[in-house]
Design a protein around this ligand. Structure first.
Ligand code: FHN
Length: 430
């Protein structure tokens, strides 16, 4: 063919939907913000003077209740009265995400600790009834996303709930299993009815009961037919062909696949070690690490959901804002090589980096660089032009061809700066 080959088409289950048109915005978006925020942010990975971040190898932050073996009552009575994040400003968070080039936001509405960041009648363990803050965080964020034209979704822990659900004699929980399933049903109805368009339902993680999961998936389809449903509605033990309502495969945390994905997939990633706020977590990835991860996700046809863990005061950390702004700057110039693209036309990566493609253009994500330039072969077709995506004039770069007319080399002027994290666009005849 004259154009690039091989971009993997996406496929999904789209249970009880005749088509998967609801996925198109998600496929085009490629890049979203994950937010882990809740009572655990107050503790910041520490409990009764012990730092669970470093000592427990990072099972801190949102896992603190489990790691420090805190009873539901003590966790609630200690933290809920302190939850008053007066600096929370949905407009600021959404603006930061938008300026970062992100197209959707997914926030924890209820994590494993059982605390609800929204107004619910299913339990009084929620931000309105149990804390001095008394503001519906999900409502404020969803409305601001609608104002700024960003898609809004929620993370929901439907199976693990260390407060409501009994975990044996030591942790009786506050509800029987039946009562807990009713709570989940009520919560889902509230989240799917009271907060406008719900673009993503990011369940995490599913149990083995496929019937229960399908009932939850069917309810999402019924109340929000265009919502995109995460495969973590089901436990990993449920065979893929039984995951009727999973619209995309949520890859294992922080995983960058080694090959192109043949179905709609997303990987979620932290900027440091933890998902939730942890005071001592200094394992920051650099802006360059994040840009490379985003480019390589694109080359595999995978969305990136990049996480922030806001402070107890309701702010994003300066280190998070710095990284989001750096990637946003890169996306301003190079976003065309990420948004709406499909995976690389070939299965392998080059030593210098990887590729995405859209229509009749292949984008070379240059992640490594040598002065002698980069070879660019193995692509079927006869490119007509190559240029730096960052070049507003799109000056043509000289191309060398082999006997069959395939491009073998893109001559980059030796004066070219270090090209790492640049993108070269290669156009093909229509
Ligand atoms: O247990 C959770 C964890 O706290 C975090 O929310 C991640 C994010 O993908 N999901 C589960 C572990 O995979």
């Amino acid at each position: 063919s004259s154009g690039p080959t091989g971009g993997q088409s996406s496929g999904n289950a789209s249970g009880t939907r005749a088509d998967d048109s609801h996925m198109q915005w998600w496929r085009d978006a490629r890049y979203g913000m994950f937010i882990h925020w809740g009572l655990y942010s107050i503790a910041g990975g520490e409990w009764k003077g012990k730092d669970y971040g470093k000592e427990q190898g990072g099972a801190s932050a949102e896992w603190l209740m489990n790691s420090a073996k805190i009873s539901g009552e003590e966790y609630r009575s200690t933290l809920a009265p302190q939850f008053n994040p007066t600096e929370f400003d949905a407009k600021q968070w959404v603006s930061i995400a938008k300026d970062a080039g992100m197209k959707y936001i997914v926030i924890t509405s209820k994590h494993h600790d059982g605390f609800c960041l929204f107004d619910t009648e299913a339990t009084d363990y929620n931000v309105m009834d149990a804390t001095p803050f008394k503001r519906d965080i999900i409502k404020e964020l969803s409305e601001e996303c609608a104002k700024q034209d960003l898609r809004f979704g929620v993370y929901y822990s439907q199976f693990k709930d260390w407060y409501h659900r009994s975990r044996g004699r030591q942790n009786p929980g506050t509800m029987s299993n039946e009562e807990y399933l009713e709570l989940v049903e009520k919560n889902l109805d509230e989240l799917l009815s009271n907060y406008g368009d719900m673009a993503v339902l990011w369940f995490d993680v599913g149990g083995n009961d496929v019937i229960e999961a399908n009932a939850q998936g069917a309810r999402v389809r019924e109340l929000q037919p265009d919502a995109v449903i995460c495969s973590r509605l089901y436990s990993r033990r449920v065979p893929e062909d039984q995951r009727k309502y999973a619209d995309f495969e949520s890859l294992p945390d922080r995983m960058l696949p080694t090959e192109r994905m043949t179905q709609d997939s997303e990987t979620c990633m932290t900027m440091r070690h933890n998902w939730g706020y942890d005071r001592t977590d200094d394992a920051w990835k650099s802006p360059k690490d994040i840009i490379e991860f985003l480019a390589l996700c694109g080359a595999r046809g995978v969305n990136l959901l990049l996480n922030v863990g806001p402070t107890p005061e309701g702010t994003l950390l300066p280190e998070e804002i710095e990284r989001l702004q750096a990637v946003g700057k890169w996306m301003e110039v190079n976003g065309e090589s990420i948004y709406g693209t499909t995976s690389s036309p070939v299965d392998f990566d080059f030593w210098w980096g990887a590729m995405t493609q859209k229509d009749q253009t292949v984008y070379l994500h240059v992640l490594e660089w040598k002065p002698e330039g980069i070879e660019f072969n193995g692509i079927v077709g006869k490119p007509t032009k190559a240029y730096f995506l960052a070049d507003p004039n799109r000056e043509s770069l000289p191309l060398s061809y082999d006997a069959d007319g395939h491009v073998t080399k893109i001559e980059v002027p030796p004066t070219a700066p270090d090209l790492r994290n640049t993108v070269i666009a290669v156009q093909y005849d229509a």
